[in-house]
Design a protein around this ligand. Structure first.
Ligand code: RET
Length: 289
């Protein structure tokens, strides 16, 4: 069997065939009001953010400013789908922890294992690239650096998913965590070193410094929470871990989006690209609609 096929079957076997039906997982979530609210709040906030961007961006004319706005909108498009998957039980599983794990032997809804919100790691693969595209464009960076961070964030999320789903060995879970963290540091380096300097030269330094603070501090919260939560040292319980991620998502997605959007709608020279920006035909500027 080719390795992508093996990976897909492995994922399906670990995550989907866990003994609890989707209906049971759905019931489990909504029996725990605190846990359910951590999902429902984010569905509402993602919806409000999508509508907010559509409203704030209604008079944008510059194609580059529009591209930043669309990238910001796609973060919440992914988010509303991600949280709907979690709330419905589709992207949740009860997963047995390997021997030696602090949550080994834990029972959830009558099944041996802990509630794993693997849909989060999967969907970050699709949401974090849009955060980085927006940030990189605001900094005025080039596509080599922007796409480098996009590739590394995808690698970070997929290896984070592997860390959460590995049941064979405790060491392997943490090994995946280490690999994911190394990919994460590449992104942090580009943001702190390259993009900070580029934003200064571009004229977006003040905005970028605010976005950088929210992003770098917020993003560091995710591995810390993973380590403290049920998947790592199991110091925090499932509902608290879930709320932790939901709060971090509010900072790194919706707050970042609105801070950036209020700047983008003014269409300052520092972020515009001119009518021909991104045109697929040289010398041709598509009509505004
Ligand atoms: C994991 C665990 C493995 C080690 C590292 C992690 C980092 C996750 C990050 C997630 C950011 C998510 C965002 C989502 C917004 O939609 C996977 C938790 C380093 C940084 C910003």
């Amino acid at each position: 069997m080719s390795s992508p096929t093996a990976l897909a079957f492995g994922l399906q076997r670990i995550a989907l065939e866990n003994g609890l039906t989707q209906a049971e997982l759905f019931e489990y979530v909504f029996d725990d009001t605190v846990l359910a609210l951590s999902f429902v709040l984010n569905i509402a906030l993602a919806g409000i953010t999508i509508l907010g961007i559509a409203y704030l961006g209604r008079n944008l004319t510059d194609p580059r400013a529009k591209m930043i706005a669309i990238s910001l909108m796609l973060i919440s498009v992914v988010s509303i789908s991600s949280y709907s998957g979690l709330a419905s039980g589709l992207t949740l599983s009860v997963i047995e922890m390997p021997s030696g794990h602090p949550a080994e032997g834990t029972m959830t809804a009558g099944e041996d294992g802990v509630l794993t919100m693997w849909g989060r790691y999967l969907t970050w693969t699709f949401s974090t690239p849009f955060i980085l595209i927006a940030l990189g464009m605001i900094a005025g960076s080039n596509w080599t650096k922007i796409l480098t961070t996009v590739a590394f964030t995808i690698a970070m999320c997929v290896t984070g998913l592997a860390a959460a789903l590995t049941t064979s060995s405790l060491v392997m879970r943490w090994w995946w965590f280490v690999i994911s963290s190394i990919f994460f540091l590449v992104i942090v380096y580009v943001i702190l070193v390259d993009w900070t300097a580029e934003a200064e030269a571009t004229g977006t330094g003040d905005l970028f410094n605010t976005l950088k603070l929210l992003t770098v501090v917020g993003w560091f919260g995710y591995p810390i929470l993973w380590a403290l939560g049920v998947e790592g040292f199991a110091i925090l319980d499932v509902a608290i871990t879930s709320w932790g991620y939901s709060v971090l998502d509010i900072i790194t997605k919706y707050i970042v989006t609105f801070v950036a959007m209020f700047y983008v709608i003014k269409e300052p020279d520092a972020i515009t690209g001119g009518a021909e920006y991104g045109s697929s035909r040289p010398g041709f500027a598509p009509a505004d609609d």
